[in-house]
Write a protein of this length. Structure first.
Length: 1239
């Protein structure tokens, strides 16, 4: 069966040869002719096998070898025969045929190679007929040789294989012609990867060994140049060869190339400058790549050798002089940079392998390696842009630290490891020198990673302090300053605020000076680092004993010094901003929470620092939520719980007092209960109430009961006052809401609160703010205590309360009321469906809420409508909503259509019954398209847009005529939604096509559909033309283009470029061409430019890669992207001077350039006279106020609009009749909206 499959595959190969895809390619035609002849000789297609074709083709190739005077004529035949053989070898069965015919094939192919190499240079060029020359012959000979060696049996005579390899691939491999060498290199690499012939592997290894040894013993320039091809081959195939031997040879050659033999470095530099060192640098880079590829081999059988080899590589490289040998100027800058990067990468790979193996020599080599890499990363002093080397190597160092350093430290037991780590840090500190300032972004990050890794192993305070001081040494606001801050943040994230504080010695007497204005950034760095991650648990005790002590010192300075009041006061706020960082799961809550609560109470009551209130409340909230989620841990739970309850007993009364007292004095800079109405004070109140809600979860029930009773007593007392204070009631309701949100209240207290809320909701005696706040508390009650709300005794009462207060509901409370309705409806269970009928009376109100000016109210109304649709009978609810289509007011009809659109958008695709009703509903809604109401038209268009996307084709097709008529029956209201109508038309075009829509389009509106079709076809053409390029379209040229399409939208374009002659010309170009054709003006600058261009106008320009992309010069559509120079290009340059026939300079006003085409044609029909040019009175706004001799305001080059204008404020100019003309006059002053052209 395998044989049959191979036969069928070979038959397909022969068919591909005989029937080429491209019948215009002369090479393909020649190959087809030769293949047909070989098939005929092999017995025809019926009896043709791979073995027969192979034997006949080899024989034919031997006969094609001609004498020297006729060899060029037979090249094309030999190329075709070689191609046939290359594709046939793999199908020859049995393999013994290949072995038996190998001597003949070897002799023939070697003869082809030998004869081809003797051809003179003048006849080796590619032939004009495209059939290929000697380069193609040698390339296909190399391919055939590789295929033959791949499939030949292993029992073939070794001497024959070596002789064949030497006469073919190795000979071609040493060829200086790139095409030939690449083909031989590719074949040899495939042989190495397949490992199909070990004789070839051994021979190539021996060949590489001899050449490497020869070059190492005699590293002359000509020898080095000849080694480039071999070393490049080893880069890809070293892993498949005997690299135990070749690795040593490569290192010997590398040492020979980089060794400085002269007595002084100056002499070496002089010697190197005397000759071109580019081949030397290229070979060095390739050798380093070979060594790096060897070290990346992860095979187990070679692991021991590679670990030992890695140590030798590092020891050898550290003795070389890369900064001297690979300095600037010895070769191209990119080549030198690549070589330096490869040098450093080899060191990093070798060191990573040694550290992973826990070698004993790491402690000796690691510091010196880091020193070498840091030295190699230093930018040159000559001002060269070689930062790419430093960035690459320093990033590699960072990866080395993260991957291998910590496992090495923890696993090694060597005595000198501490000295090794100290030397590492000392050498790495060099990246903070000024010479590395361009590399601070990667260098300081690498140093920071090293510091945090070595923190627990050796002292790192000196490096960290030096890094902090470096921030003030770099220019203010520079990228280097930001790099220092980022590096410090990396260290703080790992070691924590406490350890960083101690390393910087901020507790000393000079701590205040260290946190001066220059170092105030440390506090924000501490904060951001702690918010990002905290691997070490914080301690509240450290905050109390260190941070708070420092804050008190700054507070005393602020109180004593008026001049430095703002600076010291800001330090107090910055230090307190660290408090939330110490509240994230601290380890000493039990011992510190009670004394901390006393401190927090004093801070909350301190009126000097109102900025601390959000910070303290945020910390309390984080601490309370962390303790609420902390798992219980045996016996410590009871004592900790008691301490937390005691702290809550200290904090909650103070926080209650803050909120309740905030409503005492309205209009002052105190807190109120409503965030939206009171700005910053309301935000502060919200921080306090959120903290109360979190802290109440940890409080004792008796404390909450007592606080709630006092709260309700004060609330009821305030409500019953003759002149109740709105702000005070709102603040008390906010406290009640926070207690409800804690979910710790008893049901009796909830019932008490609900009874107190009912009169505030039913009546509007206390104002909209109180009612809104009461609804908000009720919404929180519905959300947090669902079981209390859905109780059968209370549910009907709550529904009646919410549905029966429509007459007393304030506009400000509408959103909260809808939110309560939505929570109640969503909370109903399936067995409570009988309650849904009580919501039928609010349908009209919900529809009107869809037209509310508040976006939150509209969205809440949508959610209630969707909830009612889901919980009730869908069709019955839908019928109640569609009843609004017959309402008397357009407002209600628009709201009804909007509601239907939202329901359709959400549920139409999931409900088959809804799908069946939707076509009839659409037909009903289309009746409203004739209304003269903008909001109704807008809603109808939205519903049509949703329906077109939802209704299936077979249901939408009968409605298509009515849809098109409704959309295109333009009148005053509908013309404002032209863009929306075009969107719907585009959707219909995608479904039905232009031809189906055209019969139903009114004659007056047929131009719109024609225009849409032209735009679409033009877009398709542009897309096809630009499919192979990334050229950016010029928007201004597109706007000015006057290109006209034919009736079917197809514009004649040239086959070469894909552009028509009119595509590249703008309206301005054409008008100027028309003017010049009449001979009225002559531009001397244009004449000079035309002489300067010479013959350039007749040539073509190749496109460049947009945005740095590569241009495929061999792409199939490359010819379409060639741009031909236009004879009239740049005729209208703004920088050119225009002269009349008498030689006088003509300066045009920009307003003239914007005159319509008809005016240009009229004015250009008359020759210019030798008189001073008069300005156009209609050139711009305010021209009637200008002097007749005025030249206009001065404008910059390229400025489009007038810098000043006189605008008459006449009411008659802004009527509906005159408004358009007035707006057009303003176009010279300001940019107008993108509207369609007025007719």
């Amino acid at each position: 069966m395998d044989l049959d499959e191979d036969t069928r595959s070979f038959s397909q190969v022969l068919q591909d040869f005989s029937e080429p895809e491209n019948r215009r390619d002369p090479r393909a035609l020649r190959l087809a002719a030769v293949a047909s002849a070989m098939i005929e000789v092999a017995g025809g297609e019926a009896d043709c096998t791979a073995a027969k074709v192979y034997v006949k083709t080899v024989t034919a190739l031997e006969g094609a070898l001609a004498p020297q005077d006729k060899v060029v004529d037979s090249i094309h035949t030999q190329v075709a025969l070689l191609q046939i053989l290359s594709c046939t070898v793999q199908y020859v069965t049995p393999p013994a045929i290949l072995q038996a015919t190998f001597p003949l094939a070897s002799r023939v192919i070697r003869a082809v190679v030998a004869v081809a190499q003797e051809i003179s240079a003048d006849t080796s060029m590619e032939t004009k007929d495209g059939l290929g020359g000697v380069f193609s012959l040698l390339k296909h000979a190399a391919i055939l040789s590789g295929e033959l060696l791949k499939y030949i049996p292993s029992t073939t005579d070794t001497k024959l294989i070596k002789h064949f390899l030497q006469g073919t691939l190795l000979t071609l491999f040493n060829d200086s012609r790139p095409k030939v060498w690449k083909a031989a290199n590719s074949s040899l690499c495939e042989l190495m990867i397949s490992q199909s012939n070990q004789v070839v592997v051994k021979m190539l290894t021996s060949h590489a060994h001899s050449h490497l040894a020869k070059a190492a013993s005699n590293p002359k320039t000509e020898v080095i140049e000849s080694m480039q091809q071999l070393v490049s081959f080893l880069e890809h195939s070293i892993l498949y060869m005997n690299y135990e031997q070749l690795g040593a040879d490569a290192m010997k050659l590398l040492v020979a190339l980089m060794e400085v033999k002269d007595s002084s470095a100056t002499d070496f530099v002089t010697v190197t400058k005397a000759r071109d060192a580019t081949p030397r640098v290229l070979v060095i880079g390739s050798l380093l790549s070979v060594v790096g590829n060897m070290l990346e081999d992860d095979s187990e059988e070679r692991k021991t050798f590679l670990n030992e080899f890695a140590s030798r590589i590092i020891a050898t490289q550290l003795q070389l002089h890369p900064k001297l040998v690979l300095r600037q100027g010895v070769a191209d800058a990119e080549i030198v940079e690549h070589c330096k990067i490869q040098y450093g990468q080899t060191l990093l790979i070798a060191m990573g392998r040694l550290m992973a193996s826990n070698s004993s020599i790491v402690c000796k080599l690691l510091p010196i390696t880091i020193q070498m890499l840091v030295l190699l990363s230093c930018p040159s002093e000559n001002g060269g842009n070689d930062s790419a080397v430093g960035e690459s190597l320093l990033v590699g160092l960072t990866q080395l630290y993260r991957t291998h350093l910590l496992p090495f430290i923890t696993s090694t037991q060597q005595a000198d490891v501490e000295k090794c780590l100290r030397d590492m840090l000392r050498f790495m500190d060099r990246v903070m020198e000024p010479s590395y300032i361009d590399l601070y972004g990667v260098g300081l990050k690498s140093l920071a990673v090293l510091i945090k890794t070595l923190y627990n192993a050796i002292p790192v305070e000196g490096s960290f302090v030096q890094m902090v001081k470096l921030r003030n040494a770099v220019p203010l606001g520079s990228p280097a300053q930001r790099s220092v801050e980022d590096a410090c943040e990396i260290v703080v994230q790992e070691v924590g605020i406490e350890s960083s504080w101690k390393m910087l010695d901020l507790d000393s007497d000079t701590g205040i000076g260290k946190l001066s204005v220059e170092n105030s950034w440390l506090l924000s760095t501490f904060k951001s680092a702690a918010n990002a991650s905290q691997p070490v648990q914080p301690k509240i005790a450290f905050f109390q004993s260190n941070v708070l002590v420092m804050a008190r010192k700054f507070d005393k300075l602020a109180a004593a010094s008026k001049s430095g009041l703002s600076v010291h006061r800001q330090r107090v706020i910055d230090l307190w901003s660290l408090f939330p960082c110490f509240c994230k799961f601290p380890e000493d809550v039990e011992a510190t929470i009670v004394p901390l609560s006393s401190t927090l109470v004093r801070v909350l009551q301190d009126r000097r620092y109102p900025e601390l209130l959000p910070v303290v409340c945020s910390g309390i909230k984080i601490l309370a939520e962390g303790e609420a989620n902390r798992p219980e841990e045996g016996g410590t739970t009871t004592s900790m719980k008691e301490n937390v309850e005691l702290a809550a007993a200290n904090l909650l009364p103070c926080m209650f007092k803050l909120v309740s007292d905030s409503g005492e004095n309205t209009g002052r800079d105190h807190m109120t209960s409503d965030v939206e109405d009171s700005g910053l004070a309301g935000q502060q109140a919200s921080f306090v109430t959120e903290s109360i809600s979190s802290l109440a979860k940890l409080s004792a029930p008796t404390l909450l009961r007592s606080l709630f009773q006092k709260l309700m007593h004060r609330l009821l007392g305030e409500i019953q006052e003759d002149y109740p204070k709105t702000e005070r009631i709102c603040s008390l309701l906010s406290l009640a809401e926070s207690l409800v949100a804690s979910k710790q209240m008893e049901k009796s207290n909830l019932a008490f609160l609900y009874r107190a809320l009912k009169p505030l909701i039913r009546t509007d005696e206390h104002g909209p703010r109180v009612q809104k706040k009461a609804y908000k508390v009720l919404a929180e009650l519905c959300r947090s205590h669902h079981s209390f709300v859905v109780d059968r005794e209370r549910l009907r009462e709550i529904i009646s309360l919410l549905t029966g207060t429509i007459m007393t509901s304030q506009i400000a409370a509408r959103y909260m009321r809808l939110k309560c309705l939505n929570l109640v409806i969503d909370g109903l269970a399936e067995n409570q469906a009988e309650y849904m009928s009580e919501f039928s009376g609010i349908t009209g109100e919900l529809l009107l809420c869809l037209k509310d000016t508040n976006a939150k109210t509209r969205e809440a109304a949508f959610q209630v409508i969707l909830s009612l649709y889901s919980k009730s009978n869908p069709l019955e609810f839908l019928s109640s909503v569609t009843a609004g289509l017959g309402a008397e007011t357009p407002h209600m009809r628009s709201a009804s259509v909007t509601a239907i659109s939202r329901i359709t958008f959400v549920h139409a695709k999931d409900n088959d019954n809804f799908q069946n009703v939707l076509p009839s509903m659409l037909k009903t809604v289309l009746v409203l398209a004739e209304e003269d109401s903008r909001e109704v038209i807008k809603s109808v268009l939205g519903f049509i847009r949703v329906c077109v996307a939802v209704i299936p084709y077979h249901q939408l097709s009968p409605l298509m005529p009515d849809l098109v008529r409704a959309l295109l029956s333009y009148h005053k209201s509908k013309s404002r939604f032209r863009s929306k109508i075009k969107i719907v038309l585009k959707k219909l075009v995608k479904i039905f096509g232009y031809d189906a829509l055209t019969p139903y389009v009114p004659g007056s509106e047929s131009r719109l559909l024609t225009h849409m079709r032209k735009l679409e076809q033009r877009h398709k053409r542009k897309k096809e033309r630009g499919s192979q390029t990334n050229e950016k379209e010029n928007f201004e040229d597109m706007l000015e283009s006057d290109e006209e399409d034919s009736d079917d939208g197809v514009t004649f374009t040239t086959g070469m470029t894909g552009f028509s002659r009119m595509t590249g010309k703008t309206r301005k170009d054409k008008s100027m061409m028309s003017v010049k054709s009449r001979g009225t003006t002559m531009s001397r600058a244009e004449t000079a430019k035309s002489r300067q261009k010479g013959t350039r106008e007749s040539v073509f320009r190749l496109p460049d890669g947009g945005d740095g992309d590569v241009v495929d010069m061999l792409g199939s559509k490359m010819s379409k992207n060639v741009h031909f120079a236009d004879n009239h290009e740049s005729d209208t340059s703004d920088t050119e001077f225009e002269l009349d026939n008498t030689g006088k300079l003509i300066i045009r006003d920009e307003a003239e350039d914007e005159v319509a085409q008809d005016d240009i044609d009229d004015t250009s029909a008359h020759p210019r006279e030798n008189k001073r040019r008069r300005l156009d009175k209609k050139g711009g706004l305010g021209s009637s106020y200008k002097s007749k001799k005025a030249g206009g305001d001065v404008k910059r080059k390229g400025q489009k609009y007038e810098p000043y204008a006189f605008m008459p404020l006449d009411g008659r100019s802004y009527t509906k009749k005159n408004r358009g003309a007035m707006v057009e006059q303003m176009s010279t002053v300001v940019r107008g909206r993108d509207k369609r052209k007025r007719r």
